[in-house]
Design a binder for this molecule. Sequence first.
Ligand SMILES: [Zn+2]
Length: 502
Amino acid sequence: MRKGSKRFITLLAAIACSVLTYAQDADEQLLLKHFHSISSEEIAGWMAEICSPEFNGRLAGTPEYLAAADWVAGKMSEWGVKPAGNKGTYYQWFDHPYTVVNDQGALQLHLPQKDGKTVMKSYSAPSDYYPGMNSGSGEATAEVVWVGYGVTAPELNYDDYKGLDVRGKIVLMNRDVPYKDVRNPEYAKWVRYCYHQYKSENAAEHGAAGMLYIDGNSANPNISYLENLVVCGIGPEPLADIFAGLGKENKTLLEQIDKTFKPASFSTGKTMTVRANTTRHPEGRTCNVIGMIEGSDPVLKDEVIIIGGHLDAVGNAGGLLVAGGYDNASGIIDIMAAAKALSESGIKLKRTLLFLMIGAEETGLRGSKFYTKNPIFPKEKTVTYINLDMVGNGTGLAVSASATCSGLTDYFTRANDKYIHRPMRVSTSAGSFYGRPRSDGLVFLADGFRTMSISAPDGVKPVYYHLPGDDETAVTPEIMEDVAKLIYLSFIDMANAYTLNY
Ligand SMILES: [Zn+2]
């Protein structure tokens, strides 16, 4: 054979491979039938179910989270998606102590009067404060001491507690650290100090009895439980009241610290009462829920494409129920919708698909950390991990990929161009990140997995991040339908490609 014609045949083969997708590997009629079976009505129905009070905000560790896990597992079983967890079940278990908030506690400011009496100003939850979701149970009445970022970093010559005695006091602090550039390797020196858990532990180590956290005044179950530390998140009004008449401002003090790296802590002279009523469950266990569609090719079936999202939400703080509709029932329901269509279609897939409903994201990314240390399929055989977190509120689609698998975005672009026709943004990794990982995707990435995420930008509904408004009405089922369709199509394409173009 002449060299030229050999090259021509190679070229033909390459073209053939690239179009060996929907039409050939899967009968297009069959593909379209199940594509159209994905419906916003069914999605809306599941959203209402998973956000129902029965599951009580799906806090990891609680029996209600486990009921939600059973509900998802039951659906997968119904559709023929096989269990891929421990011992032939859908569940991958791990220890997870947790805290139940029994009531909304209290936050009060003591206002001394001229006649020597004290008037108490009581605040309301959730507008003024949010009960600490991992707070110790009890009450603290003491002077409030402002401790900036609440960081003690001797090796960085920075200590917000320097020269202060906060024993028995209530410390007031902000999230983050003075150093802000998360893309600069310098940030790595600071990262351990920006965890909420660290800040509460450091407060307790300094003997504080209470902690007021200026952290957005919403549910935050990601602090450490410390028996003798009563915690709550505070909003603008109590903060303004604490600073009233002091000639200082929280924001200005932080700006000054960020510039000089010199702490500016001080005693406010204000007395407050913070009360929490919680029950700790040290025996808690929770799980990831894992289903799979096994590949049909004797060799390629060992390769797995994972799509995941967190199933847990932030629970119910004494009547402040956060159903976690947008965050992240939307991701879970989209995975379910795609899993159902893929499984029921019966379309043969060469590679294996894994549906990973992650537990305990909100309490410190524990489910994804557990999976990456105990993967069901080896990392080297994992084509990619695709994360879905808050996908149900937008008019467009977005796919982003780590530098290690930017080529895989083509499968999504092609699916969208051919069948969905939404505006779609494609991006690849913006480079190194030294900050605190705030998504399961970043946990997988940090562990060396090729990682992607799908989202639905250009939201049209207000976002109630970790607040009671985040229920099933916080999403738009139409975009969720299209996200599920995008997953369905691109997974068939990726699972059946002879060679994957990373
Ligand atoms: Zn989330």
